[in-house]
Design a protein around this ligand. Structure first.
Ligand code: GCO
Ligand code: MN
Ligand code: MN
Length: 389
């Protein structure tokens, strides 16, 4: 499956979480259907399919109850696998959602002792990431939210979240780490409502922090789609703000549970616009897959899933290049006046007088009669994706 033009290259920067290919298929209605995978085997398999790196939660690699010497043994084995395959660990994260202590929240729990516990765990995970050479630390607040809304005033919870992230950036600076933090928005699941539900909420929150330059976002396809939003719009705004530190790729249909499907398996057009955006924007970060194989799959299906994520990305990357080169599409973009969006609105010296004088020369009804050819443009994109151009 990975032959020909869709063979991944290291510069494609494809990465997978240990918890993605290693997902045992548990869901709210059913138990595990696959055996746990050894992180070392995952590293070797990922290298075989052409991935650039692997990512992890602290406890994907080091169980919470491991002693210091057990931690060293696990890390040594894992490092040996990285060294022999050349795989990198560009991102690590912290599990602040599985254990019972986090049921009411972690960094925004009402109980200060739970918050202290969560913050200490996050600082330990930042150390682990630095030890493994990761430059991005993802923070996903899965439990930071509510069902019973009376139980958590949002503004105070945001104060506590900001306090925790400020403590993390202070720690990063004290230790001279090169780590940057990427906040991962999600609207719901597992909580009824989660704080920082969308990319937009996260971008606004970041500006209130002590070291906003160290904090960006890790948008996820499924999460923005769950909110009914266009994923590539959110990613475009994150890029525009200089805040796209990392990205989680998967697939999701609007209005469904958190599906975490193989990249490109749903919403193909949206996936195309996303890949086109990443590939034309100069984004140099990871293409990270945070998805799960279907629960129907056994051990081989897991790798069909992983190869499928990469292959679909590369196919869409090729489509993006064709989009750029297609002369009919270029002409349709001109009809849609896309190139003119780059022209500043300002007239003359930028004064209101210059603007008003200019507007007097315009013919409103002529402007109102303009057509933009969007049907033709969108049909061309549709045909490109359907493989007939
Ligand atoms: C989810 C999230 C997680 C996070 C991961 C990193 O919906 O479960 O996407 O997979 O990305 O925990 O913190
Ligand atoms: Mn998710
Ligand atoms: Mn994610």
């Amino acid at each position: 499956m990975t032959s020909g033009p869709y063979e991944p290259q290291p510069e494609d920067r494809f990465t997978f979480g240990l918890w993605t290919v290693g997902n045992p298929g548990r869901d709210p209605f059913g138990v595990e259907v696959r055996e746990p995978l050894d992180p070392v085997d995952i590293v070797h398999h990922l290298a075989d399919i052409g991935a650039y790196g692997v990512t992890l939660h602290d406890n994907d690699l080091v169980p919470a109850d491991a002693s210091a010497s057990e931690r060293e043994v696990l890390l040594k084995r894992f490092r040996a696998a990285l060294d022999s395959t050349g795989l990198k660990v560009p991102m690590t994260t912290v599990n602040l959602f599985t254990r019972p202590i986090f049921k009411e929240g972690a960094l925004t729990a009402n109980d200060p002792d739970v918050r202290r516990f969560a913050l200490a765990k996050a600082l330990d995970a930042i150390d682990l990431g630095a030890e493994l050479g990761a430059s991005i630390f993802v923070l996903w607040g899965g439990r930071e939210g509510t069902e019973a809304h009376a139980a958590k005033p949002v503004a105070e919870a945001l104060d506590r979240l900001a306090e925790a992230i400020n403590a993390m950036t202070t720690y990063i600076a004290e230790r001279n780490y090169s780590t940057r933090i990427a906040l991962e928005p999600k609207p719901n699941e597992p909580r009824g409502d989660i704080l920082l539900p969308t990319v937009g909420h996260a971008l606004a929150f970041i500006e209130s922090l002590d070291s906003p330059e160290l904090v960006g976002v890790n948008p996820e396809f499924a999460h923005e789609t769950m909110s009914g939003l266009s994923f590539h719009h959110g990613v475009a705004q994150a890029l525009w703000a200089g805040k796209l530190f990392h990205i989680d790729l998967n697939a999701q249909r609007i209005g469904r549970f958190d599906q975490d499907f193989r990249f490109g398996s749903e919403e193909v057009k949206e996936a195309f616009y996303l890949v086109h955006l990443l590939e034309t924007s100069g984004y140099s970060g990871m293409r990270h897959f945070d998805a799960h194989p279907y629960r129907t799959e056994g051990p081989e299906g897991v790798w069909d899933f992983a190869r499928g994520c990469i292959r679909t990305y590369l196919i869409l990357k090729e489509k993006a290049a064709r989009f750029e080169a297609d002369s009919e599409i270029k002409a349709a973009l001109a009809v849609a006046r896309v190139p003119d969006l780059a022209t500043p609105t300002k007239v003359g010296d930028g004064s209101a007088e210059a603007l008003r004088g200019y507007v007097k020369t315009l013919d409103e009804s002529a402007l109102g009669r303009a057509h933009y050819g969007h049907e033709q443009l969108d049909q061309l994109v549709t045909e490109l994706l359907l493989g007939v151009r």
